[in-house]
Ligand binder design. Sequence first.
Ligand SMILES: Nc1ncnc2c1ncn2[C@@H]1O[C@H](COP(=O)(O)OP(=O)(O)OP(=O)(O)O)[C@@H](O)[C@H]1O
Length: 307
Amino acid sequence: MSNTNDNRYVEIFNLTKAYPNPYADDVVVVDGFDLIMRKGEVVSVIGHSGCGKSTVLTMVAGLNETSGGSIAVAGREISGPGPDRAVVFQSPCLLPWLTSLENVLLGVDQVYPHGTKAERRQICEHYLAAVGLADSMNKYPREMSGGMQQRVGIARAIALKPRMLLLDEPFGRLDSLTRMDLQDVIIDILNRERITTMIITHDVDEAIYMSDRVCMMTSGPAAKVGQLLDLPFERPRVRSEVLEHPMYYDLRGSLVSFLEQQDHSGDDSSNDDGTMHVFQAMTTTTHELPAREIARENKETPLAAAV
Ligand SMILES: Nc1ncnc2c1ncn2[C@@H]1O[C@H](COP(=O)(O)OP(=O)(O)OP(=O)(O)O)[C@@H](O)[C@H]1O
């Protein structure tokens, strides 16, 4: 019998991170971050620059030690990095002396040591084709554009058949057309493979298009989950249907409104009647998490649709 519960596939409880400060007390960047993800669910994490999004993602990846709290994936508490959690960063960091196929093979060789060489190669070819690189398997990174290199990075991550995919602003360095192409590449793969995925993004529209829920982080220091927003769009997801959905602009407004509140110093995100502004334009389900006064000396970014 499996010891995992598909409704609680990823369990992040009371996650905390304090970075050392050589001149004063440690800086508590994340404090009390709680999130439960269902198996196959795609959650975007959005928040102002510097609030701690990447800190959360790298802790889930096991690349950044936690200061407190716990993270469990598929019923097992994580204690370091592992191939069960594949990460795609803004820059794919390919090995320049290897072709795209060889770059993907590096990880696949580790994960499928008992497969034959031909089987492992077939897995790499399958995922490189899935990201649109069927004709570029023997190219070196220097022969590929930034978008193509990022496709290799995505293929490399997904070929590991991870339990969880962690995407840290994976399109941050790409032009808007390439960005849209790659959003669709990932959406297609997620439609087929149903990998539980966390995406860090600054882009409200990307968060809405890509995910099943949006996790909105409060501004740091001591950032945590401020709101969770359920999205009503079906999968497989079609961009035009999402954009034309009658709820689209209300949902977008809710996200922007939350971020705007976080941008206002000393605002505790509540109306006079204690309700959250973010709920006002909404008819879909949201889950309110306990509010806490957050000191925000560290705000940086003016609000825009992309924060
Ligand atoms: N290794 C580190 N040591 C000390 N402070 C750090 C370290 N890494 C990040 N920080 C600080 O922690 C805070 C959160 O950083 P983080 O990169 O997680 O934020 P973010 O929300 O992902 O930012 P952005 O959206 O700009 O990428 C920032 O103030 C940053 O300066």
